[in-house]
Structure formats: C-alpha cells, structure tokens
Design a protein around this ligand. Structure first.
Ligand code: PEP
Length: 253
C-alpha cells in the first residue's frame, strides 16, 4: 500500500444474498467498517442495491454494482444503465469481472464502453483484469494483462484516471482458495502501473488504486496489502462473512 493512494477494500457478493439477507449482512459489516481509514465497498446484486444504499446511507460504506450496460437507455431487455445506478446512490461498479467475460461473452471492447458510461455517470469503475492459468503457463501473462489495460482504458483521458480503480484478479485464483503469492501479485500490479505510466504518464499512474483479487482472506490479506503496488483488495468468498471481511478491513488499516 502507498499512503498517497486510496486503499480500497471491496466485497464482491456475486449472485449471493436476497434483499433481506443483504440487509442482515450489511448491518453486520457496518460496525467493522466504522472508523476504517480505507474505503470500504460492497458490490451487491442489482436487486439488493436499494436496500444496501438505504442501510449504508450515512455510514462510511460505499455501495457498488457488479455490472452495467454501456447504453444510456433503450431496447436492451434485462440490462441496467449507469444513470439508473447513479439515481440509487451507487458509487462503484465492477466492470469486466472474469466471470462476466467467461460466462456472458464480455469482451475488451464492451468493457471499454462500460468504463466510459460509468465515468460519465460519476461512478467509479473497478476494472478487473487477469490471466488464465493456461496463459500464465504459456508465458503470455504480461501480454494478456497489457492488452486488457490498453483496450479497456482506451477511451479514458489521463485526467480521469484518478476516478478509475483497477483490480488484478488472476483467474486461477478466483474462488479456488489458491491465492497468488504476494510476490506474484506485486509483480503484476507493478506491471499494470508501468503500463498505466506508458499510457497516461507517471503522475496519473501513481494516483491509481490497484487492488488484488483472488481468494484474499483474513489470513493472507496483511501480507498482500503490504506490497507497494497493491492498494487494496476485491474479495469474493470472504466478503460474505462479516467477521472475515472485518479482519481484512482491519488489515488494511
Ligand atoms: C472475485 O470474485 O472478485 C474474487 C476475488 O473472488 P474470491 O475472493 O472468492 O476468489
């Protein structure tokens, strides 16, 4: 972590928790986040957003969505626009999560459009990038990450990069219990920052919070968060247990 950048601890609840269950979990998370020095975010299913925004209102917990459509409105059955999220009080949106890329055919081109729509609405995108195990084993991890960063952020001005959060999520570490070592995670987060430096300049690159995601938990968080280019975590499984999520928040403080 670097004290000049915002530390962000974001939970990704994925397709878990009904609105009633979401309210109960969030009420358990609030005390753990009370007084936290880092930014605490919960990215909840669409239907949980109204209750989450309501319950988190006035607290230091920010609410995020897990997806957004890139068009402002129109005949896109089943989709949700950035303006709809903004009206609810949503502050963050996860964009380009590997599960969306894998199961819902999300491409770097649509991710780039979603980043633009999100920024236009004044919402902070959490852009997810990461390589598969096969790509790592073939020695093309760096190429893959750099390509994602270049295409996904192609439409963003350097002056807006401070409004973007990036999450490095090796696909092989998501939901597998297999965490990247702190050295592996630092190496790729630094690669991301170096790529941002090439694209947007050193000042912009230094200001971007880069999170690690992939089986981060109460035990391994402190070591990962101690790395100089890791500015927080995107946490799936462990964010569904208030006690574990609270321990990760404490490790970030
Ligand atoms: C995620 O889905 O973004 C994630 C990191 O999940 P998990 O922590 O369960 O690996």
């Amino acid at each position: 972590m670097n004290s000049n950048r915002k530390t962000v601890i974001a939970g990704n609840w994925k397709m878990n928790k009904t609105p009633k269950e979401a309210e109960a979990l969030l009420r358990e998370v609030l005390p753990a986040a009370d007084g936290a020095a880092c930014e605490v975010v919960v990215c909840v299913p669409y239907v949980d957003l109204p209750v989450a925004c309501n319950v988190a209102g006035g607290s230091n917990v920010k609410v995020g969505a897990q997806n957004v459509h890139f068009k402002p409105s129109g005949a896109y059955t089943g989709e949700i626009s950035a303006a709809m999220l903004q009206e609810l009080g949503v502050s963050y949106v996860v964009v380009g999560h590997s599960e969306r890329r894998e199961y819902f055919a999300e491409t770097d081109a649509t991710v780039a459009l979603k980043i633009a729509a999100t920024l236009d609405a004044g919402i902070t995108p959490i852009l997810c990038v990461g390589e598969s195990l096969a790509e790592r084993e073939q020695g093309i991890m760096a190429e893959r990450i750099r390509t994602q960063i270049k295409i996904d952020l192609a439409g963003v001005a350097a002056a807006d990069m401070g409004k973007v959060v990036i999450a490095y999520e090796p696909i092989w570490a998501i939901g597998t219990g297999k965490t990247a070592t702190s050295e592996q995670a630092q190496e790729v987060c630094k690669l991301i920052r170096d790529t941002l430096c090439e694209l947007f300049g050193a000042d912009a690159a230094q200001g971007v919070s880069i999170l690690y995601g992939g089986s981060m938990n109460a035990k391994n968080a402190a070591e990962l968060l101690a790395q100089p280019d890791i500015d927080g975590g995107l946490i799936g499984g462990a964010s569904l247990k208030a006690e574990d999520f609270g321990k990760i928040i404490a490790a970030a403080n």
